[in-house]
Design a protein around this ligand. Structure first.
Ligand SMILES: [Zn+2]
Ligand SMILES: [Zn+2]
Length: 95
């Protein structure tokens, strides 16, 4: 693949799949974003810039597919259907 990787080059289900694959920490099932980053690079077979990772996470949050912190203040993510407590999900940016 040549050129700059963009959000649309990462399918939503591949990203959420990487979130599910990442080891869950503590009882809430949160994934550290760096674990997701690693898992996503493994399935995509190439480097994913950090900016792109965060931009894609925000898009998925706006779509209601991803919960947790997409603003970067904490760094935990979870698939929305595994959400235990929306109180801990950071408010959507621009939703
Ligand atoms: Zn946050
Ligand atoms: Zn949540």
């Amino acid at each position: 693949m040549t050129g700059q990787l963009q959000c649309k080059d990462i399918p939503d289900d591949v990203f959420i799949g990487a979130v599910r694959t990442a080891p869950a920490s503590v009882a809430l099932g949160w994934r550290n974003r760096w674990d997701v980053h690693e898992a996503l690079e493994a399935v995509m077979g190439r480097d994913i810039p950090y900016n792109l990772l965060m931009a894609k996470a925000r898009k998925l949050e706006v779509k209601g597919l991803l919960g947790g912190c997409t603003c970067g203040c904490r760094g935990d993510w979870h698939p929305s259907d595994e959400c235990d407590d929306p109180m801990y999900c950071c408010p959507s940016v621009g939703a």
